[in-house]
Design a protein around this ligand. Structure first.
Ligand SMILES: [Fe+2]
Length: 340
């Protein structure tokens, strides 16, 4: 049996069964997310547990048109006796917020497999680091053809228990990275003449080293689709996100400092807890602002795929590229992207 046949023979079920997780055969009707700009059809697909599939098209100049399934923010929240009681309690608390997360992840994989298309995941596949979550991750990517970038939750140990920065990330980086099919930081995959460039921006910043790696990808001269977890700042998206969040913050990378300085700030927090303020967490450094200014000028940029917000959003990023935010994977929201 070749790999493809093995996948079709029910690898998703194998993953599910292996983790003691069954697929619910009942259809699901999720709450519809708001959409700032409508450019494609959104339809529920009952054959895949009611996945809410938003169809979009990116005109990139591909040698041959093709499709990918874009999933983000699945937030798998599993734990078992291999982790401590604190983690098991966390899993039970967090999974109550997204009871269909695993089912929707397996259905998304099944959709990609059945349609023989690449699955791209733009982060927060896992809600936190646990043996069970990483088992599902590793088994999933042995069965589905995928290209990924990490999310902030990928490295989260107990969700919000500590300041999450590079040092924090490094505490679990190797273990998490080992479960995924490709490298984080900056990674490229070329399909039909289109260069997919995945970049880790999980803590709202991009380093100068990453900028140089992305610059080298553009130097290949191919049309580029960027994949990242946190959406890049645009005035429209920032305004939209701020209004949804009642002005607390916008959850975007590279917002101008005059905007992030208005985000939620509690000056009464002691110095060691100032990281809890959204104005601190989401503040861009100069390298990030420079990167975004440069990226906007790249005519080879044809699209940006990202997540983090948990609702569909689409809007212009640059003269040549729109930014497409996928909805919540845990609710079954995915984007079927046709690339021409
Ligand atoms: Fe996120």
């Amino acid at each position: 049996m070749d790999r493809r046949s093995f996948i079709k023979a029910g690898a998703v079920a194998t993953v599910a069964a292996g983790m003691g997780v069954g697929l619910d055969a009942k259809g699901r009707k999720g709450k519809k997310a708001g959409k700032a700009i409508e450019s494609g059809v959104t339809r529920d697909v009952e054959a895949y547990g009611g996945l809410e599939i938003k169809e979009i098209t990116i005109k990139a100049g591909a040698k041959k048109p093709f499709q990918i399934l874009h999933v983000s923010d699945s937030h798998l929240s599993c734990a078992d006796s291999r982790d401590d009681q604190r983690k098991i309690d966390l899993a039970s608390r967090r999974s109550a917020g997204w009871p269909d997360a695993e089912r929707n992840w397996f259905e998304a994989m099944r959709y990609a497999q059945d349609n023989d298309i690449l699955l791209v995941h733009t982060g927060d596949l896992n809600d936190f680091v646990s043996e069970a979550n990483l088992d599902i991750t590793a088994k999933s990517f042995k069965t589905v053809e995928a290209f990924c970038i990490c999310g902030n939750h990928e490295f989260s140990r107990y969700v919000g228990e500590a300041k999450e920065d590079h040092e924090y990330k490094m505490g679990s980086f190797d273990k998490v990275q080992a479960a995924f099919p490709n490298g984080f930081n900056v990674c490229s995959r070329i399909i039909n003449g289109v260069n997919f460039v995945a970049i880790d921006d999980v803590y709202y910043n991009v380093t100068r080293e990453q900028h140089e790696l992305v610059r080298a990808e553009f130097a290949k001269g191919l049309p580029v689709i960027i994949m990242c977890h946190v959406p890049f700042y645009t005035p429209d998206l920032c305004e939209n996100a701020l209004s949804r969040m009642n002005g607390v913050c916008a959850y975007v990378t590279g917002a101008p400092l005059e905007i992030t300085s208005t985000f939620q700030t509690d000056p009464s927090l002691p110095e060691e807890l100032q990281w809890k303020n959204r104005s601190v967490q989401q503040k861009a450094d100069q390298a990030t602002l420079d990167f975004l200014a440069w990226l906007k000028e790249q005519s080879l940029l044809k699209g940006i795929l990202c997540g983090h917000l948990h609702y569909f959003y689409e809007g212009p990023f640059s003269p040549t590229a729109n930014q497409y935010v996928s909805g919540a994977g845990y609710k079954g929201q995915v984007q079927l992207v046709t690339i021409r």
